[in-house]
Design a protein around this ligand. Sequence first.
Ligand SMILES: Cc1cc2nc3c(=O)[nH]c(=O)nc-3n(C[C@H](O)[C@H](O)[C@H](O)COP(=O)(O)OP(=O)(O)OC[C@H]3O[C@@H](n4cnc5c(N)ncnc54)[C@H](O)[C@@H]3O)c2cc1C
Length: 544
Amino acid sequence: MHRDVDLLTERTFDVLVVGGGVYGLTIAYDAAQRGLAVALIESEDFGSGASFNHLRTIHGGLRYLQAFDISRARESVHERRTLARIAPHAVQPLIFALPLTRSLTKGKLAMRAGFLLDRIVSAGRNRGVPAAHRLPAGRVVSRGTAIQRFPGLRRQGLTGAAVWYDYETTEADRLTFAWAIAAAEHGAVLANHVEAIAPTRDGRRVVGVRARDRQTGRELEIGAHVTVNAAGAGVDRLLIPLSLSASVPLLKAMNLVTRREAGEEALGGRSSSGRHLFLIPWRGCALFGTWESERTCAPDATGVSEAEIAAFIADLNQAFPSLDLKRADVTLVHRGIVPAVASPNGRATLQGHEQIRDHASEGVEGLITVAGTKYTTARGVAERITDRLLAKLQHAPVLCRTAATPLPGGGLRDVRLAIAEARREHDQGLPTDTIPHLVAAYGSRYRDVLDLADGHPEWRTRVAEESPVIGAELVWAVRKEMAVTLRDAVIRRTPIGALGYPGDAAAERAGRIVGAELGWSEARLREELDALRAFYGSENALKT
Ligand SMILES: Cc1cc2nc3c(=O)[nH]c(=O)nc-3n(C[C@H](O)[C@H](O)[C@H](O)COP(=O)(O)OP(=O)(O)OC[C@H]3O[C@@H](n4cnc5c(N)ncnc54)[C@H](O)[C@@H]3O)c2cc1C
């Protein structure tokens, strides 16, 4: 993948996607795979919005069954299975346990009924899935088993536990980026750090956007027959000049990344308001989510305050009384703005269904807006949008193949075997935890990264003390994956900074590797290092 901004202006595209989150990327990939000429621009970096901040769970729709939303539950199960089939290196089964109390709606009986329904809805959950990724059915266990097997569960009023499986993605940002690689490999022209400023028009028809390359300040006009507005919380910005609005209320959501050790299982609990909160074991540490603001917020309300973090911690300590979580345990705040449903009293709850709007119904042709609600189901939504795009472009129907085509590196059937083979072939001189990380991050393509290190023993060593990432991955990120800032390389292309700021020495080391590739001056390197620190500082309401 090479960043060539000139390619964006050399032709009129069938489809221009604005926004490189998981929704924009899956749409770009599907449209390109079905033969359309596609461009995608992302104002920051691919996967840096809500898609960076999700809870790392790829979940079937157990909770939708509580509301008898069978079609949504079915879609979630289908997309969960699809990811296990097309990217088995990137997802792993994870056991969940939720405490049950004496209650008509949240007790054992209700949960048993829920699991019965789930067995029907998710009957095909393991079809075509590699053996190690097959998920057992959910079940209810007794109080004694719950206490013995899941000691972190809240015991007060405990009558048993609901136990089920979903997937987790450890290399979450690599999974998001895999859609970008797939789109590029099918001919899509993608560029990060290019911001759409306003739509361009021919009468009431949108014919592309005016954009700015944030690396150079240069303005561009990108032409397209249809523009897909997948800008996440920023969708309205593109609509305002057209006197339109997506009319999607928004709320703030956050997770806390901590250095607290976690076991092997995800544990549930209830917040003071009765919402489910989860402790997710991620990279050996506990990740907690998801807090949601009670009221709607503005699209640019991206920060979270110390008071909001403190309230979330208090809720977590109530949900998990043995936890005793402290502010100092938090190393990074994941936060995002997501679609909500607003009630007349101003209260907000998460929107369950994605919103897709073809603005032709409002008299503006050539523009579709999508507001996605769930990482897990993005591919399925992209399939439906691409069907519409083909129809709008009067293109002959083409079958969607994204559910059946392995994502880049996704061709491994047995991930454990692949790790064992990789250890045999390549382990020499590598840190002990690097091979499993490389396979989870790059799938079958991990060899390309290691090949790059041939003749460069210094690139086969750790960049940060506690991270399995080696220098070659940063070089790869710059040469092949469009990393143009230190943040791109350290926060998203590699997980050096996944658990928090990696420390000045590691940041400097990473900066020197990336800077050597990109020809940075010493002054530019300092700016990049400051920007990296700022990400973990004020932007995330975090003291470093
Ligand atoms: C705290 C939290 C926890 C979550 N947990 C889960 C979970 O466990 N499982 C799950 O399935 N889902 C989860 N979700 C939901 C999921 O993360 C989102 O539904 C999904 O990531 C939305 O993707 P998106 O592409 O629509 O938005 P985004 O990822 O926000 O992408 C939109 C992109 O558009 C770009 N952009 C904006 N304006 C412009 C412009 N003018 N020009 C160019 N680019 C622009 C932004 O920079 C951004 O990168 C969670 C969300 C949050 C916030």
